[in-house]
Design a protein around this ligand. Sequence first.
Ligand SMILES: *[C@@H]1O[C@H](CO)[C@@H](O)[C@H](O)[C@H]1NC(C)=O
Ligand SMILES: *[C@@H]1O[C@H](CO)[C@@H](O)[C@H](O)[C@H]1NC(C)=O
Length: 317
Amino acid sequence: MKEGNFSLEDNELNVIHNSTRPLPIIYVWCIVVKVEDNNNILLRNFRIFLKSLLFHSKHPLSLNILTEDKSKARVDFLVSVVTTKMGYKFYEIIFHNIEDASDKVRPITETMQLYFSSVPGSYYSDSLFYISLGLHNIAPSYHHKVILVDIDIKFETDIIKLYEHFTEFHVDTLFGLAPELSPVYHHMLWKWKQIHPNSSFGEPSYKGFSGLNSGVMLMNLDNIRKSEEFNNCITREYIDNVTAKYAFKGHLGDQDFYTLLAVEKPHLIKILSCTWNRQLCQWWKHHGYMDEFNEFARCDGTVNIYHGNCNTPIPVK
Ligand SMILES: *[C@@H]1O[C@H](CO)[C@@H](O)[C@H](O)[C@H]1NC(C)=O
Ligand SMILES: *[C@@H]1O[C@H](CO)[C@@H](O)[C@H](O)[C@H]1NC(C)=O
């Protein structure tokens, strides 16, 4: 499905020329699966996400939704309702088949799930957590730079301001992610931290490196496609090495990988301000971290994106 009045040639250039200056097309990717009925919590989240995205955005957007056949009609209907109501025209809307995408990340998933999945073995459900690592093979080649987001988020500002962080990428930067705002990596690294008590890894983000959250990601797909270094980092041998080094056993999928990658190869990842992924989940506060939790959750500055992870409601203003 294609919407808007833009031609294919513009598509190649990745810019749309209006009378004054070229506007970048912003390629947004998200996963919306298991939409069982119309009152589904996922659909509610998706509506909040979509409305907030469109409300603030003045730029042409390419919306890319990874979904299954059985969810597609409901998601498609919701997109039409919201865009019609808001009088918005996308540059393009593309539905991508999640099973095909999963097939493309199969080798990566099989390696990563050994260390970064709580119950390795369920191939299909696991693959959803590793899609980002193969998105450069899933996305069309004219998607040079993309933003991949969870749908339990709400924009408080124009997505162009997030997109502008690509200008801060170096030639070898591949990803941009914001910190994890819970003590989960502090917890996972307890064994390693006994031997490295002074390391800032696993410490709150305002004074150390707490790990990364993959709910909002900038991805330079062109650089990823070209990067030999990245391709080496997703091999079994590399993952074996790096997880052994930190005595690391995770359960959060791709973000476990990005967390270790940021420590080992910081030049590949641009760390965004926590205001671009203000996580609201408080699970750890009630599971052994009552005293330390607020330090980990600390995020100074005006929130640009709320992330209602672990089904946490997003504040309404
Ligand atoms: C950690 O820091 C303390 C205080 O600065 C120091 O006494 C100690 O030797 C350090 N430990 C290691 C393992 O570096
Ligand atoms: C894994 O570690 C071994 C031993 O330190 C090293 O020789 C090898 O190059 C490492 N492999 C990767 C892919 O980094």
